[in-house]
Write a protein that binds this ligand. Structure first.
Ligand code: SF4
Ligand code: FES
Length: 251
C-alpha cells in the first residue's frame, strides 16, 4: 500500500506585522502519511531552502502536545481537522492524496502576526502575570496530601490545569475572546484551597488585564470548547463569571 501522498500547500507568508501578507502555493511530493503535520512543514522548508527560497516561519517546541507553542489554522480549523489534538500531534494520514491544504496563522486582534505563521501570544503571558502568585505556604508533599480535597474538585482543577495556553480558543472565537483560557487559569487555582486565598483578587486582575489587552467579549458561542485541543470545558467560563461577580460584590 502506498503511504505517500502529494499535496498542494497554500501557505500564508507575511514579512512582519506591517506587511499585508499573501498566500503562496507550494507543491510537495511523496509525503509519508506517518509524518506529523510539523514534520511535513519541515519537509517543505528543506525543499524551499534547497531552492534558495526563504523557509516558512512557524512556532513549535515540544512537539508532544504539552507546551502550547504550535498553532496554525489548517483548512479553516485551529490545529487542523482532527479533534482534541494539537498541530504537532496531527498526522498526515488525516489528509488525502492530491489534497490542497490551506495554512494560516491565528487571526485575532490580540495575536498580531510576527512573521508568516508566527503570532505574538505574549498577551497571554501578561494575563498570567496579572494573576500573580499564590502566597500560601504549601509546605512539602506530605503537607499538601494532608489537605482534604473532594475528588470532584481535584479532578476539575486538574482538567482546568491541562490548558496549554495555545490560543486556539481566541483564534476560533468570532469575538476574539480569551475567556476560555482565562477561566481555565482562574479555575485550576480557585478550585483548590491553596488557591482560594487570592482567588478574588486573581479573578478581577486577570479579567481586567484581558479587557485591557483588547480581547473581545464572550457571547457563549461555544466555538472555543469545540476547538480546544485539551477539551477545556466552557463550564469554566461560568465559574469565572461567578468568581468575578463574587469578587466585585466584596469591593
Ligand atoms: S483553553 Fe484550550 S484552546 Fe484555549 S489556550 Fe487553553 S488549551 Fe488552548
Ligand atoms: S509543539 Fe508543544 S504543544 Fe505542539
Amino acid at each position: 500500500m502506498d503511504n505517500n501522498i502529494s499535496l498542494t500547500l497554500k501557505v500564508w507568508r507575511q514579512n512582519d506585522a506591517q506587511d499585508k501578507g499573501r498566500f503562496e502555493t507550494y507543491k510537495l511530493e511523496a509525503v509519508s502519511t506517518d509524518s506529523s503535520f510539523l514534520e511535513m512543514m519541515d519537509i517543505l522548508n528543506e525543499q524551499l531552502i534547497g531552492e534558495g527560497k526563504e523557509p516558512v516561519a512557524f512556532d513549535h517546541d515540544c512537539r508532544e502536545g504539552i507546551c502550547g507553542m504550535c498553532s496554525l489554522y489548517i483548512n479553516g480549523r485551529p490545529h487542523g481537522p482532527d479533534d482534541d489534538v494539537t498541530t504537532c500531534q496531527l498526522h498526515m494520514r488525516k489528509f488525502k492524496d492530491g489534497e490542497t491544504i490551506t495554512i494560516e496563522p491565528w487571526r485575532s486582534a490580540g495575536f498580531p502576526v510576527i512573521k508568516d505563521l508566527i503570532v505574538n501570544r505574549s498577551a497571554f503571558d501578561e494575563i498570567i502575570a496579572a494573576g500573580g502568585y499564590t502566597s500560601i505556604s504549601t509546605g512539602g508533599v506530605p503537607d499538601a496530601n494532608a489537605i482534604p480535597i473532594p475528588k470532584d474538585d481535584a479532578d476539575e482543577a486538574m482538567d482546568a490545569a491541562s490548558c496549554i495556553g495555545c490560543g486556539a480558543c481566541v483564534a476560533t472565537c468570532k469575538n476574539g475572546s480569551a475567556m476560555l483560557f482565562v477561566s481555565a487559569k482562574v479555575s485550576h487555582l480557585a478550585l483548590l484551597p491553596q488557591g482560594r486565598v487570592e482567588a478574588a483578587r486573581r479573578a478581577k486582575a486577570m479579567v481586567s488585564k484581558m479587557d485591557e489587552l483588547g480581547f473581545g467579549n464572550c457571547t457563549n458561542t461555544g466555538a472555543c470548547e469545540v476547538e480546544c485541543p485539551k477539551g477545556i470545558s466552557i463550564s469554566n467560563i461560568a465559574r469565572l463569571n461567578r468568581e468575578f461577580l463574587a469578587a466585585k460584590l466584596q469591593d
